[in-house]
Design a protein around this ligand. Structure first.
Ligand SMILES: CC(C)(COP(=O)(O)OP(=O)(O)OC[C@H]1O[C@@H](n2cnc3c(N)ncnc32)[C@H](O)[C@@H]1OP(=O)(O)O)[C@@H](O)C(=O)NCCC(=O)NCCS
Length: 150
């Protein structure tokens, strides 16, 4: 079950989830496009990293991104912003993991945060040969609890 703060109304959220983010980072000048704004691809890679953290814990091993759905850039990110990524496991299949990711920005000198993007990443657990492998479903509830507390 997705946490309450990740339903379809989440675009309307005016506050980030009340828990530690999966990843927190700072947008730097090296992450800008030629116009000087933060490059969307940088933000996507941060989201992929956050989802990958949850995937690794869930799959207990190697995994890879197979799909990204519903990517929406709601607000721009500026150089110097603190960017917090929240990743939540919403569904586990035989080998796949669906992970909802939301990103929030906070200007360095301000308290308030605003959501900048969200998307659902699908990861597939891989074996040593890079083929899809079944996920051990035992203990998944524990993993979800751990993810939710992060
Ligand atoms: C991941 C990979 C090994 C899967 O191979 P595959 O032959 O598609 O495997 P399958 O058909 O068995 O599908 C595996 C799972 O992915 C799911 N899946 C496949 N395509 C999907 C898609 N477009 N969206 C969401 N899920 C998808 C399947 O439903 C299946 O889920 P399940 O096992 O939980 O039922 C292969 O696609 C691959 O190597 N992709 C490249 C991954 C990668 O390099 N990512 C980083 C890019 S730089």
């Amino acid at each position: 079950m997705p946490p309450d703060d990740l339903d379809d109304e989440s675009v309307q959220q005016d506050r980030p989830p009340r828990r530690s983010p999966t990843i927190r980072t700072i947008a730097m000048p090296a992450d800008t496009n030629p116009a000087g704004d933060i490059f969307g691809g940088w933000l996507m890679s941060q989201m992929d990293l956050a989802a990958g953290t949850v995937a690794a814990l869930t799959a207990r091993g190697r995994s890879a991104t197979i799909a990204v759905e519903g990517m929406k850039f709601l607000r721009p990110v500026k150089v110097g912003d603190e960017v917090s990524l929240f990743a939540d496991l919403v569904r586990v299949g035989r080998s796949s993991m669906h992970i909802r990711v939301q990103a929030w920005r906070r200007q360095r000198e301000q308290e308030a945060s605003e959501k900048v993007t969200q998307a659902t990443f699908t990861f597939v657990a891989l074996d040593d040969d890079g083929r899809a492998r079944p996920i051990d479903q035992s203990g998944l509830a524990d993993n979800r609890d751990q993810n939710a507390q992060r």
